[in-house]
Design a protein around this ligand. Structure first.
Ligand SMILES: [Zn+2]
Length: 869
C-alpha cells in the first residue's frame, strides 16, 4: 500500500523549539558559524563542521556523533546518527533488525513480517565526496539542526520512522583543501578557481571510482557502515554538476542499467526520486531533471555497488557556483548535450527549465535541503515497503542462487600470484560477500579436483548480484538512442571490472549444483610468508608475486644483495623463471622479518644458482606531478607506496632543474596529455581553442620546451623515461624514437576503448616482462596503440607485449570499437635513445590501483633502471 501522507504537501516552515528539558539548547548554525549557512563567500571547514555536530550531540537527544576512523591524512571521519530519542536509545535493536533482514537465510516469512512491522528504515546520506562540490557539507549542518530541534509533527514522525546516518563529508581532507584554497585566493582573480592538486591525497575525483575495489580508507569506512554495521536500506550520495546544466538531477537514472539488480531497486529509486522532484516543484524550484546523464550500469561509484546489494542507491547532482562565489549564467550558456537532454528546452523529464540568472551557494543548499527532507519523508511514508523490499531482494537473490547458474565461484589455492588471490578474496569479503573454504579436496566435474584451502563463493547469498557483477566478464548493454539509429548510449565511465581478470587471479564458475564439505571462513588460506631452508647460501623468491617486488625493495633498503636471474634455471630440483630474485646476505630471521605480512615463498639455497644474474640497487625514481592535477599520478603513488618504492614528486620547476640524470635513474610521466605536460593546458580534440580558466602564477603553464629538452637529455645521458599511456605522445612526437601512435587522431566512432580489459601476449624473458604470464589481460582506455619502425644502426627497440592477431580476440571483458586497429600491434614498447631508454605503455597497467595483474610491468620498468646488466 502506498501511504497517502507521502503525497500531502510539506509545510515549508519547520517549527523550531528549544532542546529537550535538561539539555543545553543546541546553537543554530548561524549563531555557531557567525554567518548563515550558504552565505555568499562563506564556508565552514571540516573542523568547524565537526565542532558544530559535537554541539548538536551535546544539546540534543536526537543526535549522536560517532567517529568512524582516520582519513588518509589523519582527520576523523564522523557520522551523525539522527532519530527520535527513543530510537537512539534502542539503536542496537534496530541495527540487529536491519542485519537480520539483510540476510534472509533461515528467516521465516512470519518473523520477517514482524521485523518489518517493528523496524525502522535506516537511511545513509553521504555528502561532499567530491570536495569542490562543497554545498552538501554546509547543508548538512542546517539539516541536522532542523531535525534536532523541530517539533513539527511531520518531522517528529519522520524521526520516529527513520534512523538517519548523516556523514557531512566522506572526504574530510578534501573539504579542508577546498575551503583553505578558496580562502587563500578570495578577492583575487582566481577566487573560486580549481585546485592545482588532487582533493583526495591519492585519488582526487576518482574517490568515486573506488567502490568495489575499496582501495581508500574513506571508502572502507563507509562500506563498513553499509554492509557490516548498520545495513541501511536506503543510501543517498549528494553531488554537484556543472554550472550550465539543469539545476538538479534526481532519480530515475538514465539507461543503461544493470539487469543484475532487482527490479524493485529501480521502482523504488523512481518513486523516491519522483517525490523529490514533486517537492522541489511545489516549493518553486525550477530546473529539476531526471533520466539524465547518470546511468545505473557502471558499479564503481559511491551508491552503485550498494544497488547490487539490495540497498536503494540514490544520487542527486545540483548545479554548481564557483565554490562559494555566485555565478551569473546567461540564458544562452545553459546547455543540453548530455544523455536525456539533447537541447536545453522543456521535455517530459525536464518540464520546467531554469531560465538563467544568478546562482549561489545558498541555492545549492536550498535544493539539497528540499531533496533531503523529501527523502526522509519518503522513508517514513514507505517504511514498511522499504524494509520489505530489502528483505525480498535478498530472499530472491538467495533463491535464484539455489536454482540457477552460476551456482558458485571457486578460487583455487594454487595461484600464479597468491598475494593477488588473497587480496581479491579480502576485497570481496569486505564488500560483504560470504566466503567458505574447502576442508578436504573436492572434485568439480570437468574442472577437476581442488585441494584443501580452495575458496568458494556460493551464489545463494543475498549479495548475489554483486558477486556475479565482479566475477563475470562484462558485456556492455548497447541501448539504441532511437528506432532509426544505430547510435547507442555511450558508457558513462569504464566498461570492465571483472575482478579476477583485473588482478591476475584464476577462478572457476560452477554451473552445476554441487555439494562439498565447506567450512565457514576463519582465515585466509594464503598464509604469509613461507620460508624453506635457512638461507645460508641465499634465497630465491619468484617474481610472479607482486609481494616479491615489495620484499626486494625492503631488502635493497637494508643494503642486502638482490639480483635478478636473466634466464630460466633449476635449483634444488625446482624450476625458476627469468626475473626471479636471488637474495644473498639475509639470514632467516632478517628475511622472515622483512617478508612480514607478504605472501611470498623464500626458497633457501644450498649452493649459488648457475644462471646469469644482474644485481639491483634501489632505483632513484622521479614521478611527474602536473599542476593540472592528475588522478593517474595519485593512483601511481598509492601503488608505489603499497609496494615500498621510494620516489620523489617532480613538479614543473623540479623537472626543469639542471642535472636530472644525476638525481634520478628513472622519471615516470603518468597518464597526462602531452599538451598539459608541455603547456599546462589541453587542446580540444579538433584543435580548436576553448576557454579554460587559468591557474594562479605559481601553478600556471607546463614544462615548456626547456622541460622537453631536459627530459631528452636525461634519457640520452642514461636515464629511463617511463610513459604511462597518453604521455607517450611526448617522446613519440619530440624525441625521434622509432615508433608512432596509430590512434592519435582516431575519432571515437572509429576507435573507442572507454575502459576495457583486452588480451595481450607478453615476452616474459624481457626484463620488463619478468614474472608475467605469456598470455594475460591488460586494461585499456583510449590508447595509444603503437607501431614501431625498423630503426637505424644505433637505435634499439623492443616489443614487450602485443595485442592478439584477430579483432574478435582483443576484448576479454567490456566494450570497444575499432579493435582491428589493435590487432598484432605492440602494447608495451621500449626504445633505446643515447645511453638511456624510453618505456611506453599502451594499457593502463596501474589503473586506479585496480589492475594488480599488470603492476609488474611498471615495477619491472622501475627496477630495471637500477639494474646493472
Ligand atoms: Zn561529484
Amino acid at each position: 500500500m502506498i501511504a497517502r501522507a507521502a503525497l500531502a504537501p510539506l509545510a515549508l516552515t519547520l517549527i523550531l523549539t528549544t532542546a529537550p528539558p535538561g539539555a543545553a539548547a543546541p546553537p543554530s548554525p548561524e549563531s555557531f558559524l557567525g554567518h548563515p549557512v550558504g552565505a555568499d563567500r562563506k564556508l565552514a571547514g571540516y573542523a568547524k563542521i565537526v565542532a558544530y555536530f559535537e554541539a548538536l550531540d551535546a544539546g540534543s537527544d536526537r543526535v549522536e556523533l560517532r567517529k568512524l576512523g582516520k582519513s588518509t591524512l589523519g582527520r576523523d571521519l564522523v557520522m551523525a546518527v539522527i532519530s527520535s530519542a527513543a530510537n537512539l536509545r534502542d539503536a542496537e535493536r534496530h541495527r540487529a533488525t536491519a542485519r537480520r533482514l539483510a540476510d534472509p537465510r533461515g528467516l521465516d516469512p512470519a518473523e520477517a513480517e514482524r521485523l518489518i512491522r517493528d523496524g525502522k528504515v535506516i537511511l545513509l546520506v553521504t555528502c561532499n565526496i567530491h570536495s569542490s562540490e562543497i554545498g552538501s557539507s554546509q547543508m548538512a549542518m542546517e539539516w541536522a539542526y532542523q531535525l534536532a530541534t523541530s517539533e513539527d509533527p511531520k518531522v517528529v514522525r519522520w524521526l520516529d520512522d527513520v534512523i538517519l546516518l548523516l556523514m557531512p563529508s566522506i572526504n574530510p581532507d578534501g573539504t579542508d583543501m577546498i575551503v583553505d584554497y578558496y580562502a587563500k585566493y578570495a578577492g583575487t582573480p582566481w577566487e573560486g578557481g580549481r585546485l592545482p592538486w588532487l582533493y583526495h591525497h591519492y585519488a582526487g575525483h576518482d574517490n568515486n571510482r573506488d567502490w568495489y575495489m575499496l582501495n581508500l580508507v574513506e571508502t572502507r569506512m563507509v562500506n563498513r557502515v553499509l554492509h557490516h554495521e548498520w545495513f541501511p536500506q536506503v543510501f543517498l550520495d549528494e553531488h554537484q554538476m556543472g554550472a550550465a546544466t539543469p539545476r538538479i538531477f534526481v532519480p530515475p537514472y538514465a539507461d543503461p542499467h544493470t539487469p543484475l539488480a532487482h527490479p524493485l531497486q529501480w521502482r523504488l529509486n523512481d518513486l523516491i526520486g519522483t517525490a523529490m522532484a514533486l517537492r522541489l516543484e511545489q516549493q518553486g524550484k525550477s530546473g529539476v531533471i531526471s533520466s539524465y546523464a547518470y546511468d545505473a550500469y557502471w558499479p564503481g561509484g559511491t551508491k552503485n555497488t550498494a544497488c547490487l546489494k539490495n540497498v536503494i542507491g540514490l544520487l542527486t547532482e545540483v548545479s554548481s557556483c564557483r565554490i562559494a562565489t555566485p555565478v551569473y549564467v546567461d540564458p544562452g550558456e545553459l546547455a543540453g548535450g548530455r544523455k536525456g537532454l539533447p537541447e536545453y528546452r522543456p521535455q517530459m523529464n525536464f518540464p520546467n527549465p531554469w531560465p538563467g540568472g544568478w546562482w549561489r551557494l545558498r541555492d545549492i543548499v536550498d535544493y539539497e535541503l528540499i531533496a533531503s527532507n523529501s527523502l526522509l519523508e519518503s522513508c517514513s511514508a514507505y517504511r514498511e515497503e522499504l524494509l520489505r523490499a530489502f528483505w525480498e531482494m535478498g530472499r530472491d537473490a538467495v533463491a535464484r542462487g539455489e536454482r540457477e547458474t552460476p551456482f558458485a565461484y571457486v578460487i583455487p589455492f594454487e595461484q600464479r600470484d597468491p598475494a593477488a588471490a588473497a587480496q581479491m578474496v579480502e576485497i570481496l569479503r569486505e564488500n560483504g560477500l560470504e566466503a567458505q573454504v574447502t576442508q578436504q579436496p573436492i572434485t568439480l566435474g570437468e574442472h577437476g579436483a581442488f585441494g584443501a584451502g580452495t575458496v568458494v563463493f556460493k551464489a545463494a547469498q543475498p549479495y548475489r548480484p554483486f558477486l556475479i557483477e565482479m566475477m563475470e566478464r562484462q558485456r556492455y548493454p548497447e541501448v539504441r538512442q532511437g528506432p532509426d539509429t544505430k547510435e547507442i548510449f555511450r558508457p558513462y565511465d569504464v566498461t570492465a571490472w571483472t575482478l579476477p581478470l583485473l588482478m591476475g587471479v584464476s577462478w572457476i564458475r560452477v554451473d552445476r549444483p554441487f555439494s562439498a564439505a565447506l567450512a565457514p571462513w576463519r582465515e585466509s588460506p594464503w598464509a604469509s610468508p613461507r620460508v624453506e631452508g635457512d638461507g645460508s647460501d641465499g634465497w630465491i623468491v619468484r617474481a610472479s608475486s607482486d609481494d616479491a617486488v615489495t620484499l626486494a625493495n625492503r631488502l635493497l633498503a637494508r643494503g642486502v644483495r638482490v639480483e635478478r636471474a636473466l634466464d630460466a634455471f633449476v635449483s634444488n630440483s625446482l624450476e625458476f623463471a627469468p626475473g626471479d630474485f636471488v637474495v644473498t646476505g639475509a639470514n632467516a630471521a632478517l628475511a622472515t622479518k622483512l617478508a612480514d605480512s607478504l605472501i611470498v615463498e623464500l626458497h633457501g639455497l644450498s649452493a649459488a644458482p648457475i644462471v646469469r644474474r644482474a644485481p639491483l640497487r634501489a632505483p632513484r625514481i622521479g614521478l611527474y606531478k602536473p599542476w593540472d592535477a592528475s588522478m593517474d599520478e595519485g593512483w601511481t603513488r598509492l601503488v608505489l607506496d603499497r609496494h615500498d618504492f621510494k620516489y620523489t614528486s617532480l613538479d614543473n620547476a623540479a623537472l626543469k632543474k639542471k642535472g636530472l640524470a644525476s638525481r634520478f635513474d628513472v622519471v615516470v610521466l603518468p597518464d597526462v596529455d602531452k599538451d598539459v605536460i608541455v603547456d599546462g593546458r589541453a587542446k580540444s580534440e579538433d584543435g580548436s581553442i576553448t576557454y579554460q580558466e587559468p591557474l594562479p602564477p605559481p601553478y600556471a603553464g607546463g614544462i615548456g620546451k626547456e622541460g622537453v629538452a631536459a627530459l631528452k637529455s636525461f634519457v640520452e645521458d642514461g636515464g629511463t623515461l617511463v610513459c604511462m599511456t597518453s604521455s607517450s605522445d611526448l617522446p613519440l612526437e619530440e624525441f625521434g624514437v622509432p615508433a608512432r601512435n596509430l590512434v592519435a587522431k582516431a575519432k571515437p566512432a572509429e576507435f573507442s576503448l572507454p575502459g576495457t580489459l583486452v588480451r595481450i601476449r607478453v615476452d616474459p624473458t624481457h626484463p620488463i616482462g619478468f614474472g608475467m604470464p605469456e598470455e594475460t589481460v591488460a586494461y585499456c582506455t583510449r590508447g595509444p596503440v603503437f607501431a614501431t619502425s625498423i630503426p637505424g644502426a644505433n637505435v634499439g627497440r623492443a616489443v614487450v607485449a602485443r595485442y592478439p592477431e584477430y579483432a574478435d580476440q582483443v576484448v576479454a571483458s567490456g566494450w570497444g570499437t575499432g579493435m582491428d586497429r589493435m590487432t598484432g600491434r605492440p602494447a608495451v614498447i621500449e626504445t633505446a635513445l643515447g645511453k638511456g631508454r624510453v618505456v611506453m605503455f599502451g594499457p593502463r597497467v596501474q589503473h586506479r590501483a585496480q589492475t594488480v595483474g599488470t603492476y609488474k610491468l611498471l615495477f619491472n620498468a622501475l627496477l630495471r633502471a637500477g639494474m646493472k646488466e
